[in-house]
Write a protein that binds this ligand. Structure first.
Ligand code: TYC
Length: 101
């Protein structure tokens, strides 16, 4: 008789959850010049003139606009740097963050 050793058929499924992404949101105000908002978007979020203008005008018309999504740390750092760029010029420009659904 041949002895056979049965291989266990259960597979261990390793679940690795992706880190939740966070949105950077541009908030409209009545004081920051449009062109300055575009400059900050280009510098901090590596956008083209066209992309930056679209995001700026959306926030201007609707009140807010999602700029991009990043890991929590990167989103918070970029929002802070972009907000500080406005503050350095005396503008109330504001970028916030919130977790994606
Ligand atoms: N509303 C500003 C103006 O008319 C321009 C602006 C757009 C400011 C978007 C902030 O997030 C903003 N000068």
């Amino acid at each position: 008789m041949i002895d056979t050793v049965a291989k266990p058929k259960t597979k261990v499924k390793i679940k690795t959850e992706r880190p939740r992404l966070h949105k950077v949101i541009l908030v409209n105000d009545d004081f920051t010049p449009r062109e300055f908002v575009v400059t900050v978007l280009k510098a901090e979020f590596r956008m083209t003139e066209d992309q930056a203008h679209k995001v700026m005008i959306t926030a201007h018309r609707r009140g807010v606009c999602v700029v991009a999504v990043f890991t929590k740390d990167v989103a918070e750092t970029k929002a802070t740097r972009a907000t500080d760029a406005g503050r350095a010029k005396g503008y109330p420009l504001l970028f916030t963050t919130e977790p994606e659904e």
